[in-house]
Design a protein around this ligand. Structure first.
Ligand SMILES: Cc1ncc(COP(=O)(O)O)c(C=O)c1O
Length: 374
């Protein structure tokens, strides 16, 4: 009765852990800021609804919003509103892109460990997902060799995600050049998931924008303005790609949500301070969690340079999945690294989008839980 497409995918492992939780828990499993959207953006939704923004809007998104996005990134690349498509979060952006580019059997390179969408979206588009490792010993950046040896005549695209979920890794300029060179040599499309673009702590953000012609840049308002539930994102790409992706987007969702687009435009215009405030707060929490984790026996923490995740390696002879289950029993939610792919198996992902008090308590519990495995 069911399609091979749907039977070929599974629900994300992250949810399974969430379902095990009972009662009050400290949640370090979340993939979203623990803030609410900026006040002026919340106000803007009421205003939009009162002003009558309750109808279908332009399928590609409000021209003013597309222009504001083009303007925002114009320092990186020559972009106009024609290069921008507003989507229902980065999630819809991804699926629309995959359905527009991938034919059956086309191979798509994606990171392992990596965000949970890449593999299923490739399968839904009837492509063949091919994972490449990103490892702690290489600061979660792929090696040239690991990429090159996976490329075949069928390789169509490479998905990259920096700042990275689940590892917090970021790219240096030379890493971008290495990936662009490989893409150029092999005529690949680069799909760059940069939804954590604004969350880089120790250096200016690096982006693929402006560095390659066949680039699809995906971003979202979810993390930038803590609007995960509002579901608004966007694609920046060459016009011919936007033309084609817009068709799939139209048939999937008709148009983005009008009042949300209105509020996102206000946020872009007025809420830059809020984005900075969140970054400052996350940086403090990152430093705190790193410092606490560094004192715990049996873990090798990484100092993440972006996003809001810590992805320490468990150096004990224990399955991190068992540790995560024990953590849930003790009131702390976190995510087993294997939920992000086989190369994450020895890791646990902790989100530090949580209060300092919760981070302190959770790290104490982690230390106590690990005692059982030492
Ligand atoms: C790496 C990455 N890409 C894309 C998304 C999707 O974000 P959204 O659909 O909320 O824009 C997320 C959300 O957690 C993510 O972590």
């Amino acid at each position: 009765m069911f399609s091979r497409r749907v039977l070929g995918i599974e629900m994300s492992g992250i949810r399974k852990i969430f379902d095990m939780a009972q009662g009050e828990v400290i949640n370090l499993g979340l993939g979203e800021p623990d803030f609410h959207p900026p006040p002026e953006a919340k106000e803007a939704i009421y205003e939009a609804v009162k002003k009558g923004y309750n109808k279908y809007g332009p399928s590609r998104g409000f021209p003013e919003l597309r222009e504001a996005i083009a303007e925002k990134y114009s320092k990186y690349a020559d972009i106009t509103a024609e290069n921008v498509l507003i989507t229902v979060g980065g999630t819809e952006a991804f699926l629309a892109v995959m359905l527009s580019l991938i034919d059956p059997g086309d191979e798509v390179l994606y990171p392992n460990p990596g965000f949970v969408l890449y593999r299923p979206h490739t399968i839904i588009a009837e492509g063949k997902p091919v994972d490449y490792p990103i490892l702690q010993e290489n600061e979660f950046v792929p090696t040239q060799e690991d990429l090159q040896k996976r490329i075949t005549k069928r390789t169509k695209a490479i998905i990259v995600n920096y700042p990275n979920n689940p590892t917090g890794g970021v790219l240096r300029e030379e890493d971008i050049k290495m990936i662009v060179d490989i893409a150029e040599e092999n005529d690949l499309i680069i799909i760059s998931d940069e939804v954590y673009f604004h969350l880089v702590y120790d250096s200016p953000p690096q982006t693929f924008l402006g560095k390659y012609d066949k680039l699809i840049f995906i971003n979202s308002f979810s993390k930038e303005f803590a609007m995960t539930g509002w579901r608004l994102g966007y694609i920046i790409a060459p016009k011919d790609i936007i033309e084609q992706v817009s068709k799939i987007h139209y048939y999937m969702v008709a148009c983005p949500q009008s009042p949300i687009e209105y509020a996102a435009l206000i946020a872009l215009q007025k809420s830059g301070y809020y984005r900075e405030m969140m970054r400052e707060r996350f940086k403090k929490r990152r430093d705190l969690m790193y410092q606490l984790l560094s004192k715990i026996d049996g873990v090798q923490p990484n100092l993440p340079k972006g996003a809001f995740y810590m992805f320490p390696k468990i150096t004990l002879d224990a399955d991190p999945m068992d540790i995560v289950k024990e953590m849930v029993k003790n009131g702390v939610l976190c995510t087993p690294g294997e939920a992000f792919g086989s190369a994450g198996k020895k890791h646990i992902r902790f989100s530090y989008a949580a209060s300092e008090e919760d981070i302190k308590k959770a790290m104490e519990i982690f230390n106590a839980v690990l005692e059982k495995f030492r």
